[in-house]
Ligand binder design. Structure first.
Ligand code: UDP
Length: 403
């Protein structure tokens, strides 16, 4: 219920959201992505779809189905868009399109507004029926592989609009472009307040020692999240400050590289009993919430990052955060105020030590961070922004007074 957010989300967000929902009441809104579990996109959709329906906008979520070959290709696309050198052959592009075409039998694409998330389902635009079609890019495309980006652009330009998380990701295209950062739901299982008993239950079940400070990173096992860099930073810190490191992650069904990266991480952690590599099952929201609440410092040391929901999640729990200065992370961390932005393993280690040895500063950063998230990155703001894009596309050319 929207009223549950009174006193949690900014009042202005709630009022505007209510107004825009009245305009779109009873209309249909479809979201399509490629996984129901794992990663930030699924995380947001799980919360946003029921909320939109409660607000009177008839919203559905369809998931594109692929096979192993398809996910290997789309992971390469993802990596290329984030700047890796990858070769995508003509045959691969054809297969990408073909899997989308095959999905038509299963997918109902009929809606007043269709939001297609990320490159996996981007070719669906060739089968549009009606409504406004918007492509939503969650990836860090600041420095993409040009060839791959140009190919994808051919699909994107057929959409009515594109939405990026960060201004510097936007590309020169002949369609409308909007900047909408993602958000967290403060009332979800992942972010709600937990009781001491609930936190203790997680600590006991996952056998987390709480006798020393805890350094935490929560992420899919993906090289762009730099889990190895996190271990190296921890090792530097460990020479001076006794602490434990938790790397918690679960697999995403559309990420075929997860297992290999997990194996690398385990090997790198070797036999250090103070490094806890936790492979969590999907939907371990309460456990992640509890881990974030017991941590003394939280890292998101990504090398590339579309947005990094884990940063907002950590800040919402009043924790000082150290993030890689990349993608959407600088949007969330006010350097020196709510946490620190870092560019290297050494930088991360330096900032971990600074936080561990300055509890008063850590506390102050946590308080500032929570307010920053409240004002900028809650789900109420994001839903309002999506609906505003849809509304503005339908009312293009009209003056404010006519709306
Ligand atoms: N997450 C999770 N379990 C895990 C690892 C991550 O539920 O084991 C969640 C995390 O809390 C966050 C989302 O997945 O909500 C990751 O989103 P983010 O934007 O940080 O990264 P992405 O995975 O989309 O690249």
């Amino acid at each position: 219920m929207l009223s549950d957010y009174i006193g949690v989300a900014p009042k202005g967000d709630l009022l505007l959201l209510q107004k825009i929902c009245k305009k779109l009441e009873g209309r249909t809104f479809l979201h399509v992505n490629s996984t129901r579990e794992g990663g930030g996109v699924a995380e947001i959709l799980h919360r946003m779809i029921p909320m939109l329906n409660e607000l009177g906008v008839k919203t559905r979520w369809e998931v594109l189905e692929g096979d192993e070959k398809f996910y290997e290709i789309t992971k390469k696309l993802h990596n290329a868009l984030q700047g890796n050198a990858e070769e995508i052959t003509g045959e691969m592009w054809q297969y990408h399109f073909e899997v989308n075409r095959r999905n038509l039998k299963r997918l109902d694409l009929e809606a007043d507004a269709v939001l297609i998330h990320d490159p996996q389902p981007v070719p669906l635009i060739d089968f549009r029926k009606n409504g406004k079609w918007i492509w939503r890019c969650h990836i860090d495309v600041a420095n993409p592989d040009k060839e791959v980006c140009d190919y994808l652009k051919k699909y994107c330009e057929k959409y009515d609009a594109a939405v990026f998380s960060v201004a510097k990701f936007a590309k020169a295209m002949p369609i409308d472009e909007f900047i909408i950062p993602p958000s967290i739901d403060p009332l979800s299982e992942k972010n709600r307040e937990l009781t001491k008993e609930e936190i203790d239950e997680t600590i006991e079940r996952l056998r987390i020692p709480v006798d020393r400070p805890i350094v935490l990173q929560v992420s899919r096992f993906d090289r762009f999240k730099d889990p190895i860099g996190v271990i190296e930073a921890y090792r530097i810190v460990k020479r001076y400050n006794d602490c434990i490191l938790i790397l918690a992650g679960s697999p995403a069904t559309d990420d075929p590289e997860g297992e290999a990266v997990l194996a690398e991480v385990r090997e790198h952690a070797a036999s250090d009993p103070d490094i806890h590599v936790l492979l969590l099952p999907p939907f371990s929201d309460k456990d992640i919430n509890a881990l974030q609440r017991i941590a003394d410092v939280i890292l998101q040391k990504s090398l590339k990052e579309g947005f990094g929901l884990t940063v907002s999640e950590a800040m919402w729990k009043g924790k000082p955060i150290i993030g890689g200065a990349t993608g959407g992370i600088p949007l969330q961390i006010v350097h020196g105020v709510t946490g620190f932005l870092v560019h290297s393993v050494e930088g991360a280690a330096f900032r971990i030590r600074q936080i561990l040895t300055n509890p008063a500063m850590a506390k102050r950063m946590g308080v500032e961070g929570k307010e920053y998230i409240r004002n900028n990155f809650l789900i109420t703001r994001q839903i309002r922004d999506y609906l505003s894009v849809w509304y503005s596309l339908e009312n293009k050319g009209k003056s404010m007074l006519e709306l």
